[in-house]
Write a protein that binds this ligand. Structure first.
Ligand SMILES: Cc1ncc(COP(=O)(O)O)c(C=O)c1O
Length: 403
């Protein structure tokens, strides 16, 4: 990977007061081709999709539908299994509402999730379980910041109707063995929902290999635009759902009293979508494919190994980060009694962008017995020099706190 060339693709990294950017797990940076693709839409062919009969409208519709093909290919799916949404949170809520309106769940059934889920999964799942009177059970943490797979086998039983789990933790970086959990879930006839938000664009993702019935992610965690995401639904499972958001663009026929919905997946995209965002997402996938996702993964592992090694050397540091071999490039840490927010503030003043807090994973932090952590996250443009800047900034913070 030509790192110098890649860095040049990201205009924000070339500005005079550019940050040392180690906050890609919050949101990643946008490369020039993606900016150009969105700019071109707004400047030269802005039109609504699937409506107009003039050339700009046709081009916008074509680009939008081409994005469905490109995104599907990227995750090993079919184009008609891809729904564009506002992001992972939008996908998760849409899915939970749609599942709630099926007859698949009865009072007392169980849903299984993991202790390392993001609120985007956990909160809609809890609300759904409350409304349907379902019991939530957890796959717990095992050794080395991995899931306890033996306990997972036990907790998924004939009562389990749904298993929702993250492919990669946004705190620990851990890449979970979704294939293994999905195999067990399918043995008992449970649906498998995968949160791939921290994984897509960071490692190869194939919905069939994973055994995902549904899978979702956000564009902005993979160098794409904000406000756009994807919900993948296996054709046979998507067929069982009806859309909860209704409106224009999804209707086959309407009378005074009733309506007939159009085809899936389009019927899940009522109203005018984020057209520029979807077009930007298509270019993002093409950009990542050109570099090679495997190469990006290898690079992130190398930088992560260096970061873990250097952070471990700092006296008083505790790392909450899975081994590089199964980590998407995230290292969360604490330093003695320094509050992570104070740490992040000092790092920020030194021009190093990290995130501090519970990272929308409160039960995980409770389990780790820390209220908050500081998180450094690595992506394709991260260099060893960025890690050196982080480490020297932490050392300065140590002096300030006199520890
Ligand atoms: C693992 C994981 N899932 C879901 C989300 C939610 O993504 P969004 O805020 O883009 O909807 C995030 C965002 O931090 C995440 O890291």
């Amino acid at each position: 990977m030509d790192l110098a060339k890649i860095k040049k693709d990201f205009p924000i990294l070339s500005k005079k007061d550019a940050l040392i950017y180690l906050d890609s797990a919050a949101t990643s940076l946008t490369p020039e081709p993606v900016l150009e693709a969105m700019d071109a839409y707004y400047r030269t062919y802005r039109a609504n999709i699937h409506r107009g009969l003039y050339k700009e409208a046709e081009r916008a519709s074509n680009e939008y539908e081409e994005a469905r093909v490109v995104v599907a290919r990227f995750i090993g799916a079919q184009a008609d299994e891809i729904i564009f949404t506002a992001g992972a949170t939008g996908s998760s809520n849409m899915l939970m509402y749609a599942l709630e309106h099926t007859d698949m769940f009865q009072e007392g059934d169980e849903v299984v999730t993991t202790i390392m889920e993001h609120s985007a999964v956990l909160i809609p799942l809890q609300a759904f379980a409350k409304r349907k009177k379902l019991n939530i059970r957890y796959i717990e943490l095992g050794e080395n910041f991995q899931l306890d797979y033996e306990q997972a086998e036990q907790v998924i039983t004939s009562k389990t109707k749904l298993v929702a789990l993250t492919l990669a933790s946004n705190v620990l970086g851990t890449i979970n063995d979704v294939t293994r959990v999905a195999r067990r879930a399918h043995e008992v006839g449970a649906l498998v929902i995968v949160d791939a938000t921290a994984a897509v664009g960071h490692m190869p993702v194939d919905v069939t290999l994973l055994g995902a019935d549904f899978l979702f992610f956000s564009g902005h965690k993979m160098c794409g635009p904000t406000g756009v995401g994807v919900l993948y639904g296996k054709k046979s499972e998507l067929a069982k759902l009806t859309p909860s958001f209704l409106g224009g663009g999804i209707i086959e026929d309407v009378t005074r009293t009733d309506f007939v919905l159009g085809l899936k997946p389009w019927s899940f995209e009522a109203g005018t979508p984020n057209i520029a965002g979807v077009i930007g997402l298509k270019t993002t996938v093409e950009y990542l494919e050109k570099i090679g996702v495997e190469k990006i993964q290898t690079h992130c592992r190398e930088i992560l190994a260096y970061a873990q090694q250097e952070l471990q050397k700092i006296e008083g540091s505790t790392l909450y980060s899975a081994e590089p071999a199964y980590n998407v490039g995230i290292v969360s840490f604490t330093l003695d009694t320094v509050h992570p927010h104070d740490m992040a503030e000092i790092l920020g003043k030194n021009g190093v962008a990290v995130r501090a807090g519970h990272h929308c994973a409160v039960p995980l932090h409770t389990e780790l017995n820390v209220p908050a952590t500081t998180r450094a996250s690595i992506y394709l443009y991260t260099t060893e020099e960025d890690i050196d800047a982080l480490v020297s900034s932490i050392k300065k913070a140590k002096e300030i706190f006199n520890i």
